[in-house]
Design a protein around this ligand. Sequence first.
Ligand SMILES: CC(C)(COP(=O)(O)OP(=O)(O)OC[C@H]1O[C@@H](n2cnc3c(N)ncnc32)[C@H](O)[C@@H]1OP(=O)(O)O)[C@@H](O)C(=O)NCCC(=O)NCCS
Length: 114
Amino acid sequence: MRHARATCVTVSIDRVDFREPIHIGDLVIMKSAVNFAGRTSIEVGVRVEAEHLNTGERRHTNTAYVTFVAVDRNGRPIPVPEVVPETDEERRRFEAAQQRRQRRLDDERTGRSA
Ligand SMILES: CC(C)(COP(=O)(O)OP(=O)(O)OC[C@H]1O[C@@H](n2cnc3c(N)ncnc32)[C@H](O)[C@@H]1OP(=O)(O)O)[C@@H](O)C(=O)NCCC(=O)NCCS
């Protein structure tokens, strides 16, 4: 919503893998970034880490890619600002997001789920 400055609804969540357990008492840290924007949709990458509060050890436990669509008051898709990647990391995320988007659209066409 901060990127679009509009109401956004979730249209798709890619497969979520649980790489490691998160234990009771761990601090859960979620980092997210807007990776890519299409005409009306935005891909946000989310990285979840668990921090052991006594030792400070941090583990990467989950990653997920969530696609949102900006909508007007009638729930119809509306255009979003483009994403202009500036750093190498942003360019890498942008390109990877483009490939995932293509796969999602292909899967949608063939009726497969992500
Ligand atoms: C999101 C919604 C408005 C899109 O409507 P739609 O008729 O599919 O709209 P469009 O076909 O114009 O697609 C809009 C955008 O969504 C993208 N999209 C559609 N289905 C998608 C899917 N399964 N995965 C990823 N992106 C998808 C399209 O690629 C398009 O992106 P672009 O404009 O950047 O190219 C509609 O599907 C909806 O209201 N869904 C319910 C949302 C909801 O209730 N979410 C809560 C879940 S907890």
